[in-house]
Design a protein around this ligand. Sequence first.
Ligand SMILES: Nc1ncnc2c1ncn2[C@@H]1O[C@H](COP(=O)(O)OP(=O)(O)OP(=O)(O)O)[C@@H](O)[C@H]1O
Ligand SMILES: [Mg+2]
Length: 408
Amino acid sequence: MVDGNFIASVDIGSSKIVVLLAELKNNRVEVFGYAQASSDGVRCGVVENAKKVAKVIEKIKEEIVENYGTDFQHVSVNISEPNLKVLNQSAYTHVPSGRVRDSELDTVFKIIESMAKTKMPDNHQTVNNIIHHYTLDANPEPVNQPLGKKADNLGVSIHTVSASNHHVEAVENSIYWSDLGLSSIVPNSMASSEPCLTQDEKDKGVCLVDIGSGVTDLSVFKQGGVFYSSSIQFGVEQVTQDISEAFNTSFQEAERLKIEYGQTQVKLGADTLIKFQQIDDSNYYYLSHESLIEVIRQSYLELFKMIRTKLNNQNLYRSLKSGLVLVGGGAKMTDCDKLMHSLYKKKVKVGRINTELISAKYEWLGPEYACALGLLLFGLDDSKSEQQSSGKNSFLGKMGFIKGFKFL
Ligand SMILES: Nc1ncnc2c1ncn2[C@@H]1O[C@H](COP(=O)(O)OP(=O)(O)OP(=O)(O)O)[C@@H](O)[C@H]1O
Ligand SMILES: [Mg+2]
């Protein structure tokens, strides 16, 4: 969200909480501020203790203010929720004047809102409305901006994302209790996909997988828009846990082994020995690199099988003509894309940030920051909608410009 000229995002993760500050320059988001701290109060991506999360965010905010001399107020934040729902709905209305006006847009949005209410579970609320496209009369050609265009009938196709009330409240409280304002809440994998996927991939069918520490979030896109979002409460902290159990190490030692020596496929050549320490033991021991790789491989395979089952259950697996794109800290594991490819027989790659949309220091462009970076793009949409929809309700403004942004 823009304060003055700034846009800010908060990525609430299971292992880290990140705040990014950026400004819009020449149609590109330029990130100039970053701070991160270890997470607290979050389990498997879900905010369990909003007070603890708020405390961490407050600390990060102070650091940003001190380091960059810049205060900020409103932020876009992610939500990771096991029961997320995406509704894909269309609505139509007659255009009496022969030219589309605000009142017809209002009408189709109201129809969408009331349809969503009847379809969403009682304990759910809308967190995001994203326009897929508009149509005019019987012409199937999608239109991005219908205002003022000649037509007798207007159609709109919208993705409504809903999440359970208590998860949304926990995220809202984390932000409000850290003395910040909220501009938008965006499902984790939808935020991560924004700077990483191309429109062509979304048209052909692609799954964005954000492999985090405590949770794996995924969003499937087809026919140009988001079709399905979900999360699996299994992240790569489990890989660390498996290493620690296999070699009887502390969690910290297992994490060190994972980061320093981790890979998911054995490479040709002689095995090597790795020095390590066991729990509550000051002696040093040696383990074979291949045995470490095998533990990591099995953990990743378990996760990949869960993802595939989820996609199969939704009948989405076959629609992924552009394959899968991996982000999140878990995607940094050497050759995890190759392992997934060998299992899925589909195109798999580690996501790269589109630097035509966002520029930042190289170290802030890693896959673990895809969500925080993507949130900035949603924050940008909100700021534009607020500036340009004065007098309109935020639902209308936000929806118009979320779609508009995609054509920057
Ligand atoms: N170079 C690396 N190789 C392998 N794993 C890595 C690497 N760097 C980070 N990780 C792992 O990535 C995980 C953290 O990922 P990430 O920062 O995306 O999680 P998060 O956003 O805090 O949590 P979540 O999204 O699950 O709520 C940790 O388990 C860490 O061990
Ligand atoms: Mg994350």
